[in-house]
Design a protein around this ligand. Structure first.
Ligand code: FES
Ligand code: FES
Length: 182
């Protein structure tokens, strides 16, 4: 007869044949993208660009070349501009990735760089512009008051030739960010 009373063993629940067995936690690469946590459990050699576009459906970063030269895929990793096409997932454990989709503050307020781009009408076809914005954010994090020469060090290409408006937009954003801190 089964033991009764307060010291009776707690019965162990038996497996329910109708319940799916819990799945083991899969090992993977943990990273944060635009302030959300993700675990990549697929191919560790996958380029970040394809993880963003194909897995997370963040299609702001664009593909433009096979040689790491165009900059259309530029995103930030721990605040620094990188080319997502040339950055493998295996390098991103514990890193924070920011894409153009994560620039606005979530309350509907654009980043000063985005606002300056609109004011200066810097976008033509638009294809290169997510990368240009991210490169500008990276520059302004390092150079609060960038000169023309500083801006010209950004190597992102624009097939529409919007370099003049981009330069003006970066200077406008720098001024806005300075005013915001004053
Ligand atoms: S797609 Fe050209 S540098 Fe990444
Ligand atoms: S705006 Fe068209 S490629 Fe730059």
């Amino acid at each position: 007869m089964a033991q009764q009373g307060p010291n009776a063993p707690v019965p162990v629940p038996t497996a329910d044949a109708h319940q799916p067995a819990p799945r083991p936690v899969r090992e993977g690469i943990d990273l944060v993208v635009n302030d959300k946590r993700y675990r990549h459990t697929g191919d560790a050699s996958m380029p970040l660009l394809w993880y963003l576009r194909d897995e997370l459906r963040l299609t702001g970063a664009k593909y433009g070349c096979d040689s790491g030269e165009c900059g259309f895929c530029t995103v930030l990793v721990d605040g620094k501009a990188v080319q997502a096409c040339a950055t493998k997932m295996e390098k991103l454990a514990g890193k924070r990735v920011t894409t153009v989709e994560g620039l606005a503050d979530g309350q509907g307020n654009l980043h000063p760089v985005q606002q300056a781009w609109i004011t200066e009408d810097a976008t033509l076809c638009g294809y290169c512009q997510p990368g240009q914005l991210m490169a500008a954010v990276d520059l302004l994090a390092r150079q609060k008051n960038p000169s023309d020469a500083d801006i010209d060090k950004i190597t992102n290409l624009c097939r529409c030739g919007s370099y003049g408006p981009i330069r003006k937009a970066i200077k406008r954003a720098a001024a806005a960010m300075k005013d915001a801190k004053a």
